[in-house]
Design a binder for this molecule. Structure first.
Ligand code: ARG
Length: 598
């Protein structure tokens, strides 16, 4: 019940062309008003059926009975309430028949004629007509967000993959999304890096990535120097002050170091096809003093052990906003960024994608923002801030994922490895002789990168997942490879029929007669409510599960219904096409590039 409510308050109920659940809810809403006029605020509780009595069910009878029994009511119990709800349903082409089961569930069987018409209409008007409509205009998705000169690790990879999918789902729902890379580009480590740069390269202006080579190694070497030499350490600390004070030479060195990191990060984004707009921590720095002052004026900031802090109900430790040395920290930046996003960028939903380890930090920042009156205390209304946490990436040994015992994995290498392996598998299948080198490359990339993304997205993000190439690149089971092949096979059925599918969309007619056709058709039409659920609850795995089930429904249909050469060929080709269209949209939303032949 809570889930249904959460979704309906977040979305615009005006039109929901593709959303079966919402369209039924509207009908039940009319019926509920009619059935119990004394309770005009009852929300219809509509869900997909779990048993085989129907396609959807309305679950209001029991709770409604609890409300009205004892009052002056004509009803004798929940089943009678259910009967009345059913009787009062307005006539609709959507519904084939209804029944009441058990303690008052109203089961609905949808009309297969209506279902078929809806699918055909989507084929003509395009799948964008099935996009959810959310009640927010602009959102910030803060994701990826690696730290300059430190390693970009698998946690950042998860953030990049999950954040990109969430951004895609929101964009599909016509939300204006600000894809923010909140890069860690401002911290005390820069003093040390800059001094080390000056020392190593007296002509530092000419230094580029090829001279420095690996920035991580550079970081390590400078850290060693920092720890070993107190004179260097002092110089590094003075360098931070000069950098933050705006000394041009120090600013320039800082920018050079950032640039080199940026080029490394971009290689990863380019392989993954992910767009991000960088607004790093440094961007918010000039705004911090004003924000701290505003918070102080509201009486939120207190002195504690030399630092300035905000106490938050339910937490033993306060949120430190000014360190005892007067410097700002991660929290001061995040508070300021939140303020900026709400007030300057006018975002209504601000979504942060990081590992679950940072949950407490965001909890505290959001609570502070509520105390400050920036955000409403009620989480079901906008504007709103959400932390999207995720678990660890594990190796086969069940420990944090690494290539060698101590080294961290370079993300570029990790992605390249997936591609290399998928290319080898294609060559094994004889594709090197069949395809051009370009086709081979393109397909290997789509499958390799797709496999990495899907392996991450298919699990509930809060759970840890095990990184295993053999598993993710297997063509059996719930993998991207299996799904991409399934899509390619559908495309090949259509190609081999020799029919012009664009022509069929207009002149042919889609009919759902066989039970397996109907089951597939119904699942296709559940795309809209699934994306909406995945998007509003920030759970990409919901969409993955839908996609996997779609391929299962298709397999069942295809093994029991002859397509090419049958009397139902036209209709069945249209059903194949609709499946391919929906699959492609799922791939798109998951950031996976589809494959058309295999
Ligand atoms: N740079 C941080 C890290 O690597 C992630 C930043 C997440 N975003 C934010 N607004 N705090 O852990």
């Amino acid at each position: 019940a809570t889930k249904t409510q959460a979704i309906s308050t977040m979305t615009n109920t005006e039109e929901n062309v593709g959303n079966l659940k919402k369209q039924l809810a509207k009908l039940f809403e009319v019926s509920l008003r009619e059935t119990v006029p004394t309770e005009p605020d009852i929300e219809p509780l509509v869900a997909a059926c779990t048993a085989k009595f129907g396609d959807y069910q309305c679950n209001n009878a029991m709770s409604l009975w609890a409300k009205i029994k004892g009052k002056n009511t004509e009803f004798k119990g929940p089943p009678a309430v259910g009967q009345a709800i059913m009787k009062n349903l307005p006539l609709s082409e959507m519904i084939e028949n209804c029944s009441v089961a058990g303690p008052g569930f109203v089961n609905v069987v949808l009309s297969k004629t209506w279902l078929a018409e809806k699918i055909q209409k989507m084929l003509i008007d395009g799948i964008d007509t099935w996009a959810p409509k959310l009640a927010v205009k602009r959102a910030v998705v803060d994701f990826s967000s690696p730290n300059i000169a430190k390693e970009m690790h698998v946690g950042h990879l998860r953030s990049t993959i999950i954040g990109d999918t969430l951004a895609r789902m929101l964009e599909y729902s016509k939300v204006d999304v600000l894809r923010r890379n909140h890069v860690g580009d401002w911290g005390t480590q820069f003093g040390m890096l800059i001094e080390f740069l000056f020392e190593k390269f007296p002509n530092f202006e000419d230094v580029n990535e090829s001279a420095i080579g690996d920035l991580q190694a550079f970081y390590k070497a400078s850290k060693q120097r920092f720890d070993a030499d107190s004179e260097f350490k002092e110089r590094a600390q003075r360098a931070v002050v000069r950098l933050q004070g705006g000394d041009p030479k120090y600013r320039q060195a800082w920018m050079q170091i950032c640039d080199i990191s940026r080029k490394e990060f971009d290689k990863v984004y380019q392989r993954l096809g992910v767009q991000l707009e960088e607004k790093g921590e440094s961007f918010y720095n000039p705004h911090i003093p004003g924000i701290i002052e505003a918070l102080s004026n509201r009486g939120l900031v207190e002195e504690s052990e030399g630092a300035r802090v905000i106490f938050i109900e339910g937490f033993n430790i306060p949120l430190i906003v000014v360190k005892s040395d007067g410097g700002y920290n991660y929290a001061s930046t995040d508070l300021t960024a939140l303020w900026y996003r709400l007030n300057e960028e006018k975002a209504e939903w601000i979504i942060y994608v990081t590992d679950v380890g940072q949950q407490q930090h965001f909890d505290m920042v959001f609570k502070a923002a509520k105390r400050a009156g920036w955000l409403p205390t009620d989480d079901s209304t906008f504007p709103k801030a959400s932390h999207v946490g995720f678990g660890l990436v594990l190796g086969d040994d069940g420990k944090r994922f690494r290539t060698r015992a101590t080294e961290v994995v370079r993300l570029v290498d990790l992605l390249d490895e997936a591609k290399t392996r998928s290319k080898a598998a294609l060559v094994e299948r004889g594709k090197a002789d069949e395809w051009t080198e370009e086709e081979l490359e393109r397909t290997a990339e789509a499958i390799g990168y797709g496999a990495v993304k899907y392996a991450d997205l298919k699990n509930n993000r809060l759970t840890n997942y095990t990184f295993n190439y053999d598993q993710m690149l297997s063509d059996k089971g719930n993998t991207a490879v299996y799904l991409l092949y399934a899509h390619a096979r559908i495309c090949s059925i259509i190609r081999k029929s020799g029919k012009d599918i664009e022509e069929l969309k207009k002149t042919g007619k889609l009919i759902l007669s066989h039970p397996d056709e109907r089951a597939l058709g119904l699942h296709l039409l559940q795309f809209a409510e699934t994306v909406e659920e995945a998007c509003t609850n920030l759970l990409p795995n919901v969409l993955c599960e839908y996609l996997y089930n779609l391929s299962e429904y298709f397999t069942k249909f295809y093994s029991n219904c002859q397509v090419v050469g049958s009397a139902e060929e036209t209709s069945r080709l249209l059903l194949c096409e609709a499946t391919a269209v929906v699959m492609r949209k799922c791939f798109f939303l998951l950031g996976i590039v589809p494959v058309y032949k295999i």
